[in-house]
Design a protein around this ligand. Structure first.
Ligand code: UT7
Length: 417
């Protein structure tokens, strides 16, 4: 057996090693933002849609109203706006972003990822981008993924977003689910630093044996699953009682385990931000952790359950309202479809005041404007590069037949995105 030092002397690596930080870095949350549609759907509005009433909804869920996206609003547009607000707070340029993660259960497309479209809208030309599917736990999973890349020094700045347009996949005839869900997006900017703090620990868990308790089938779902008359393609199905029992079972232990991993206890907690599924689950978290209810943040009454977006929306609201001070220890806990659950412990280190409009603000607006101009130019340039003389002839023929009304629109004509 040759020892590692000897091996490296005998067989020196020919790969050029980029300088790396010698110690692990810390991932700090330095910006936050949220975007919700302006259209409000109240419990009394729902009374006209399904057989329900305000009293039942409030007593069983705590929800009074939720936001519903207008037709022009998409998961991408909400995510982009939330990210822009987070970049403003962090005072970071789009070109400085290394990674964009969008946690969502309602992407516009399976591919391209919503994250890639957000990357394009922001003009984050140096960023990698991908979507993350872990239902209501997705944002916490995303934080952990970005944090790991930052800790190793591979990247410095990441934007993690939770964004949903659940109103488009809700079964509006099912009173057991349609009263719960809403639309919105929340985002944070994470940045690496050698100063201790930021994300201290994370616990990610899954129990796939409960996959059928909360589902949203898409095109490749098993046919048998969709033939029972209960489940429908592109519609949410939930075994509410089962998910409720699961959530109350894991919430306390998950937070305690993540605190232990960070060397902390529940006494150190300044605030818990749970997934906003149901006020009864939120109250249960306080009871399970033996902490005052005021320490568990809730906005479920105003936004309902926005799945992956609920935690970053709540975090952005709490931070914006000055409810979190530097040095505070927070626990973010998500749970839902998968079944999946995740907790992350954060030592808040962000400066409480929002930076005044700076030179960077102007540069950020410039980068957004350049992204808007760049998009059509790059798309046309790419198309031009693909053109050979024969394809020009083919396309001209196609345009001629189309003018005569004989051909359907060519997919590449759609440049309006
Ligand atoms: O985001 C992912 C995580 N999701 C969750 O954590 C959701 C967890 N589950 C829950 O929050 C609750 O289970 C629900 C709010 C979904 C339901 O509350 P519940 O106390 O478990 O009610 P239930 O489903 O057991 O229904 C009780 C009764 C039923 O009537 P019967 O069979 O007792 O006559 C339902 O038909 O309430 C009826 N009901 C309603 N009545 C008026 C169900 N939905 C409604 C409604 N309005 N919207």
């Amino acid at each position: 057996m040759i020892d590692t030092k000897l091996r490296s002397r005998l067989f020196p690596s020919r790969v050029h090693h980029a300088p790396r930080p010698r110690t692990l870095r810390y991932a700090h949350l330095i910006g936050w933002g949220m975007e919700v549609p302006s259209q409000v759907l109240s419990n009394s509005d729902l009374e006209a849609i399904v057989d329900t009433d305000d009293e039942w909804i409030v007593s069983r869920t705590g929800i009074k109203e939720r936001r519903i996206a207008e037709p022009r609003e998409t998961t991408t547009s909400l995510a982009t706006r939330a990210a822009q607000k987070a970049l403003d707070v962090a005072d970071v340029l789009p070109s400085e972003i290394d990674l964009i993660i969008v946690a969502t259960a309602t992407p516009e497309y399976i591919f391209p990822s919503t994250a890639s479209m957000v990357q394009d809208m922001l003009g984050a030309t140096n960023a990698g981008a991908f979507d993350l599917s872990a239902a209501c736990s997705g944002f916490v999973y995303g934080l952990d993924m970005a944090c790991s890349k930052i800790r190793t020094g591979e990247i410095t700045t990441a934007v993690v977003i939770g964004a949903e347009t659940l109103s488009r996949v809700v079964d509006w005839t099912d009173r057991g689910t349609c009263i719960l869900f809403g639309d919105g997006a929340g985002a944070v900017v994470l940045q690496g630093s050698d100063l201790p703090g930021g994300i201290l620990s994370s616990i990610l868990r899954s129990d796939g044996s409960g996959w059928d308790m909360l589902t949203l089938p898409t095109v490749s779902s098993r046919d048998t699953y969709l033939q029972d008359g209960i489940h429908q393609m592109h519609r949410i199905y939930m075994d509410g009682k089962g998910v409720y029992r699961f959530a109350t079972r894991i919430i306390g232990d998950s937070i305690r385990d993540a605190l232990e991993m960070a060397g902390l206890t529940t006494d150190d907690l300044a605030m818990v931000i749970p997934h906003q599924a149901n006020q009864r689950i939120i109250d249960y978290a306080a009871k399970a952790l033996k902490i005052p209810e005021e320490k568990v943040y809730s906005n479920v009454a105003r936004f309902g359950n926005t799945s992956a977006a609920s935690i970053p929306i709540a975090l952005a609201e709490a931070a914006e309202a000055g409810k979190i001070k530097p040095g505070d220890v927070l626990a973010l806990v998500g749970f839902g479809g998968g079944l999946s659950w995740a907790t992350t412990i954060i030592e808040w280190s962000s400066r409480p005041e929002r930076p005044a409009y700076s030179l960077t603000w102007g540069r950020r607006q410039g980068e957004y404007a350049i992204a808007g101009v760049r998009r059509p130019i790059v798309r046309w340039w790419r198309r031009l590069m693909l053109l050979s003389p024969s394809s020009i002839i083919r396309y001209s023929r196609y345009l001629l037949t189309r003018r005569n009304g004989a051909a359907p629109p060519h997919p590449s004509d759609d440049d309006n995105r």
